[in-house]
Design a protein around this ligand. Structure first.
Ligand code: OGA
Ligand code: MN
Length: 196
């Protein structure tokens, strides 16, 4: 799978994998995300970097919690899976990815994130975006919540099924999160390179 992701990144700039994390781990992470939200640990996501961060309801309205190593056993297993991917990308593509920043994201029903790029004007270190969906297996296309990619050949909508990994070049692929009729969960991260 790692080889397929790298191939896709080179050829298309993005990759979709139906099963990145095992189903049991996906369910544990979803449970952790919901429990931490119930405990009030998630906070409205800002736009842009911490220093210039502003809560901007018109652009996105998800809640996030940064996931650091040692937060939980499932969290550490997910970080280990991302770490394998980081090392594989570096071996093959020489992108010099040094670290991962990663957060849980919960979009309440109706939540969205308007069309954007993940690389900020004031921070060009985000290089590869990874999004792993934590939704229950009974998520249906009619629930919405698609990740919409704006590709040269047109728009592509990805249903946020639990276990699915989306991976794309942060500086190239414009995308948005479409509103969903139910709560939408993910673990979202960015492999960062060293500042130039
Ligand atoms: C983001 C983002 C996509 C998704 O957090 O920057 O675009 O499908 N997330 O959750
Ligand atoms: Mn994004």
């Amino acid at each position: 799978m790692l080889a397929r992701i790298i191939d896709d990144l080179v050829t298309h700039g993005w990759s979709q994998q139906p099963v990145f994390l095992p189903q049991t781990l996906t369910a544990e992470l979803a449970q952790e995300c919901r429990a931490r939200n119930a405990a009030g640990e998630l906070a409205p996501a800002g736009i842009g970097r911490a220093a210039t961060q502003m809560i901007h309801e018109g652009i996105r309205n998800d809640l996030i919690l940064w996931l650091d190593p040692g937060c939980s056993a499932p969290g550490d297993r997910a970080l280990a899976a991302f770490e394998e991917l980081r090392q594989a990308i570096n071996r093959e593509l020489f992108l010099g990815l040094e670290e991962l920043e990663c957060h849980f994201a919960l979009y309440p029903p109706g939540g969205f994130y308007q069309r954007h790029l993940d690389r900020f004007r004031d921070d060009d270190c985000r290089t590869v975006t990874v999004v792993c969906y934590l939704n229950d297996p009974d998520w249906r296309p009619e629930h919405g919540g698609e990740l919409r990619l704006y590709l040269p050949e047109g728009v592509r909508d990805v249903v946020p099924l639990g276990g699915t990994l989306m991976c794309f070049m942060s500086d190239r692929i414009e995308h948005e999160v479409r509103p969903a009729s139910r709560e939408r969960l993910s673990l979202t991260g960015w492999f960062r390179r060293r500042p130039l």
